[in-house]
Design a protein around this ligand. Structure first.
Ligand code: ADP
Ligand code: MG
Length: 536
């Protein structure tokens, strides 16, 4: 036998094993949680993110921050996934979820230090998570679609401390009205709701429109600005002759030939327009290009036509007006047309929009956000989406919980009581789980410049005395019944945050070997050396 070591992997493979792997992953997860920590709650700060192309985002939205950060460390990436899951499942609570996961792992490290095996910690965490779901259902409060004021408060809690704060009452009103319009016996599909943004005017001009609004103008000034009783053709082919996809060459040698060719072309376009007109359409929304000559003919026929409509808008328009998107002119008849009470061109500041109101499907809605700058409007949009997410999932489950850390404190207390009945090591894990949840009220206090120890002590004593809704109200900076102070959140934010935070913490804890192939990446640093992407 040779005395060469046995090689089973290529040389450029990075491998970290055992404790090092664990510690390295926990460190990465903690770092991610630390990044978003300062943004939590109404007194949290914002972050400015600058992309490689110098685009700027100012936000305190957890998932947005993490998505933009170009995180590279594999365990840190798993943390980002929690935020994404939270965003898609609930639409809010992304910072909370990431922070709980980070703290679960930080606390697990303490247990690892006292020689408790990762599988025992994982088991304890799983037990605690399951118990938390049970407790959550016990302590949550019912809400129905008739509790309009309560629903508005939920939306407002979601928007407190964000760019939308100054107009949160108005937005809450819009959010609750929008959700109740698309609510079909508890089934709420936020896809029915379109969010459109307009630069110019103030945010207080933000409006809810019954119908679809999209940021396109009619092609020509000579077209009508308003069409009532709109019969809408939705076309996804170009109304022009030269097909840019097919490169044809025509050789023309005499002026007569040119004339003949142009005439021929005009005749073809005329035929297309006549065919559209004969279907009964008085509005044309075309996903592709529309010729100048075609547009001239549409104007003459008093047809409102828009070109290059985004596919996503075409689909929304189709759903809203019950029109069919037609890809072959020969298929177009009156049956394929959509219907709307009116189609109108409306200008706001520099932007021009097409409003399609009174659609066949009354559930088609648009929130048109107005604001001064695009950075600001984008942040308003994120806040409104948080509000929409919170109100819709409150109604889906019909359950809400008191905010300001109240629910986390009550969970922690009951988990500790529950842990008394468990075997020694699992008990320790459940206790660490409980204290991870307390990290939420602690951070809310810290971010508001209050003393976290004082706040935690007071919260604990109130919960011990049976005040299960005691939380930190950051409007008054007092510990009080936050359900009464109307700082309320959907139960699902918490249940989802706890379940995905536990999943990822357990998954990371069970890893004892990281084998990273450097592939053809530009540099092959060890994972620990590139905790965060180089560009950040
Ligand atoms: P997330 O991304 O987790 O939703 P947020 O920055 O939106 O993070 O903060 C949510 C937290 O802020 C929740 O714990 C919520 O209870 C708390 N919160 C919201 N409004 C208040 C308030 N007025 N007083 C105290 N806490 C509040
Ligand atoms: Mg939030």
């Amino acid at each position: 036998m040779s005395d060469k070591p046995l090689v089973i992997m290529p040389e450029d493979i990075q491998r970290i094993m055992g404790k090092d792997a664990q510690r390295n992953n926990i460190m990465a997860a903690k770092t991610v949680a630390d990044v978003v920590k300062t943004t939590l709650g109404p007194k949290g700060m914002d972050k400015m993110l600058v992309s490689p192309t110098n685009d700027i985002i100012v936000t305190n939205d957890g998932v947005t921050i993490l998505e933009e950060m170009q995180i590279e460390h594999p365990a840190a990436k798993m943390m980002v996934e929690i935020a994404k899951t939270q965003e898609s499942e609930v639409g809010d609570g992304t910072t909370t979820a990431v922070m709980i996961a980070g703290k679960l792992l930080e606390n697990a490290e303490k247990l690892l230090d006292s020689k408790i095996h990762p599988t025992v910690i994982s088991k304890g965490y799983r037990i605690a998570a399951e118990k938390s779901q049970e407790i959550l259902r016990e302590i949550s409060v019912r809400v129905t679609s008739n509790d309009i004021d309560l629903l508005k408060q939920i939306a407002m809690t979601a928007m407190t401390g964000k760019a939308a704060e100054s107009s949160k009452e108005k937005f809450a009103e819009i959010i609750v009205r929008a959700i109740s319009q698309i609510n079909e016996d508890g089934k709420i599909d936020l896809k029915n709701l379109k969010i459109e943004k307009s630069k110019g005017d103030g945010i207080e001009d933000t409006e809810l429109i019954s119908g679809i609004v999209f940021d396109k103008e009619k092609i020509s000034h000579d077209m009508p600005t308003l069409v009532r009783d709109a019969k809408i053709a939705l076309l996804d082919f170009a109304i022009e002759l030269k097909n840019p996809e097919i490169d044809t060459k025509i050789s023309i040698s005499t002026p007569e030939q040119l004339h003949g060719f142009l005439e021929q072309e005009e005749r073809e376009i005329k035929k297309m327009v006549e065919k559209i007109k004969s279907s009964g359409a008085n509005v044309v929304f075309c996903q592709k290009g529309v010729d100048d000559f075609a547009s001239y003919l549409f104007s003459k026929e008093k047809i409102y036509a828009v070109r290059r409509v985004a596919r996503s808008d075409m689909e929304k328009l189709s759903k809203a007006t019950s029109g069919k998107i037609v890809s072959n002119l020969n298929e177009l008849t009156s049956n394929e047309l959509g219907y709307a009470g009116s189609v109108e061109e409306v200008k706001h500041g520099e932007d021009t929009f097409t409003y399609v109101r009174g659609c066949r499907n009354p559930k088609a809605l648009t929130i048109l956000i107005h604001g001064g700058t695009s950075h600001f409007i984008d942040e308003i949009e994120r806040a409104i989406k948080d509000g929409l997410g919170d109100v819709s999932c409150s109604l889906k489950d019909g359950l809400i919980v008191p905010g300001g850390g109240a629910v986390e404190m009550e969970l922690a207390k009951r988990l500790r009581e529950f842990s008394q009945g468990l075997s020694g090591r699992e008990q320790l894990a459940v206790e660490q789980f409980a204290s991870a949840l307390e990290f939420i009220p602690i951070t809310l206090a810290e971010n508001a410049g209050m003393d976290p120890i004082d706040v935690l002590t007071e919260l604990k004593s109130k919960h011990d005395a049976g005040e299960r809704n005691a939380g930190l109200n950051l409007f008054t900076n007092k510990i009080e019944n936050t359900l009464n102070s109307r700082v309320i959140e959907p139960m699902r934010i918490k249940s989802q945050a706890i379940s995905s935070a536990t999943d990822v913490a357990v998954m990371i804890l069970r890893i004892d070997d990281v084998i990273a192939s450097s592939g053809n990446k530009k540099d092959s640093k060890s994972p620990s050396a590139s905790m965060l992407g180089d560009d950040y």
